[in-house]
Design a protein around this ligand. Structure first.
Ligand SMILES: *Cc1c(COP(=O)(O)O)cnc(C)c1O
Length: 379
C-alpha cells in the first residue's frame, strides 16, 4: 500500500531506554522498566494495581482465570469484536453469549444484556470499540443486580474516558493492548488492570508461571515455589523499555490523533447529510482517544465498491471484524442471544480509513479520493 492503513509511531526515546535496559543487564520480566510502566498506568488510571503482560490477549486470559469461569459458565460479550475477547473464555471451557451492538457506537447494547442473562451467566465483557466507552453506568448496575463480574476489553481504549473517569477503571478487571495497531505501542504488549485489590496476589502468581516469585523478590517469602496454576504472561523488560517511551508521549499522541479524526469527521458530514453513510457517534458522556476513524456505508455493495477503489489507488482502507457468531469457531464454541442485526450491518458495511501520526498531507488525498469514489459509486 502506498498509504498504509497503519504505520506505528516512535517517540524517539525507545532506543535510549532499551540501551538503559541492556546497560543494567536486566532483560527478563518484572524488571525496572516493567515497574515504571505499571506505575505510570496505575497513576494515570488511579487503580490499585496494573500488571504488564505480553499482549492484551494474555491479559484477557488472566482475567478469565481470575474470574474462575469453567465449563457451563456463560460470558456475555459482543460478536463484533476481536477473537481474543471470546477465546480467553473458550480456553477455560466457558461459552460466549453474543449480544447485539448499538448502531451508533458499535458497542454492546446494554439494554439487551438482561434478556441474555441465565442462571449460568458469570461475566459481562464490554468492548470499548474505537476507544469510545460502553454504557458503563447501566452495565455496572446490571452486574451488581445479578452478581456478575465485569471485565472491560479496553484494548483500544487507553487515554479515553467515560463520565470523566478513564476507561479500564469501571470493571473488576480490564485489559489494554499495546499491539502496533493501537495508539500507544510496543509491537506486542498489553496490561491487566486490577480494580479489586483482592485479585492482585493471585494475578501476580498466574503471570509468573504459577509461582510466588513476585513475593519472593519483594522479600515477603523466603523461597519461591509452585503455588497455583499459571503461565508465562510477562513481557521482557526490553519491551517495557520501548513501551515506557510511548507512555510518556501518550497525551501528545492522543491529541494529534484527535485532530486527524476531527478532520475526517468534518469531511464526512456532507455524505451523512446525503444519506450515503453514517458517521461514528461519540456519546455526550464519553471522551474518546481517536483510535480509529470509520464510517458505516448505506449498504454492503457500496462499502465493497469503495474498498476496491481505495485499495486500487494504493490507499489502505479496510473493513473490520467478521462477526464472531458467524465464524467457524464462533458456531462451535459460542451462541448468539437472538438476532444480531446491527452486528451483521457493521460486519458488512463498516469501512476504516488510515489514521496514524505522520499521515500529514496524505489525509487530503485520502479524503479527496474517498469523496470522488463515493460520488461515483453511489450513482
Ligand atoms: C487488539 C485487540 C485485542 C488483542 O490485543 P493483543 O494485544 O493483540 O492481544 C483484543 N480485543 C480488542 C477489542 C482489540 O482491538
Amino acid at each position: 500500500m502506498r498509504i498504509p492503513f497503519n504505520r506505528p509511531h516512535a517517540s524517539g526515546r525507545e532506543l535510549t531506554y532499551i540501551q538503559e535496559a541492556i546497560d543494567r543487564s536486566y532483560l527478563s520480566g518484572n524488571g525496572p522498566f516493567t515497574a515504571r510502566c505499571e506505575q505510570w498506568l496505575q497513576g494515570h488510571l488511579d487503580v490499585p494495581r496494573v500488571l504488564l503482560t505480553h499482549s492484551c490477549t494474555a491479559a484477557l486470559e488472566m482475567a478469565a482465570l481470575l474470574a474462575d469461569v469453567g465449563p457451563g459458565d456463560e460470558v456475555i460479550m459482543p460478536s463484533y469484536t476481536f477473537v481474543s475477547t471470546a477465546n480467553a473464555f473458550v480456553l477455560r471451557g466457558a461459552t460466549p453469549v453474543f449480544v447485539d451492538v448499538r448502531p451508533d457506537t458499535q458497542n454492546l447494547d446494554a439494554a439487551l444484556i438482561e434478556a441474555a442473562i441465565t442462571p449460568r451467566t458469570k461475566v459481562i465483557v464490554p468492548v470499548h470499540y474505537a476507544g469510545v466507552g460502553c454504557d458503563m453506568e447501566m452495565i455496572g448496575a446490571i452486574a451488581r443486580r445479578h452478581d456478575l463480574v465485569v471485565i472491560e476489553d479496553a484494548a483500544q481504549a487507553l487515554m479515553a474516558s467515560y463520565q470523566d473517569r478513564p476507561l479500564g477503571t469501571f470493571g473488576h478487571m480490564a485489559a489494554f493492548s499495546f499491539h502496533e495497531t493501537k495508539n500507544v505501542v510496543s509491537g506486542e504488549g498489553g496490561a491487566l488492570v486490577l480494580n479489586d485489590p483482592r485479585l492482585v496476589q493471585r494475578a501476580e502468581i498466574l503471570r509468573e508461571k504459577g509461582t510466588n516469585r513476585s513475593q519472593f523478590i519483594r522479600g515477603q517469602v523466603d523461597k519461591y515455589t509452585w503455588v497455583d496454576v499459571g503461565s508465562s504472561y510477562i513481557p521482557s523488560d526490553i519491551l517495557a523499555a520501548f513501551l515506557f517511551a510511548q507512555l510518556e508521549e501518550a497525551q501528545a499522541i492522543t491529541d494529534r490523533r484527535l485532530e486527524l479524526w476531527e478532520r475526517y469527521h468534518e469531511a464526512m458530514a456532507p455524505f451523512e447529510a446525503a444519506g450515503l453513510l453514517r458517521r461514528p457517534v461519540i456519546p455526550a458522556d464519553c471522551r474518546h482517544n481517536a483510535h480509529m476513524y470509520y464510517v458505516v456505508l448505506a449498504d454492503a455493495a457500496l462499502r465493497n465498491r469503495l474498498l476496491d477503489r481505495m485499495v486500487g489507488l494504493g490507499i489502505g482502507a479496510v473493513f473490520h471484524y467478521v462477526p464472531l457468531h458467524s465464524s467457524p469457531a464462533g458456531l462451535r464454541y459460542a451462541r448468539a442471544a437472538g438476532e444480531l442485526p446491527h452486528t451483521v450491518a457493521a460486519g458488512e458495511r463498516l469501512l476504516r480509513l488510515p489514521l496514524w501520526l505522520a499521515l500529514g498531507a496524505h489525509q487530503d488525498e485520502i479524503i479527496a479520493e474517498f469523496s470522488k469514489a463515493l460520488a461515483e459509486a453511489a450513482v
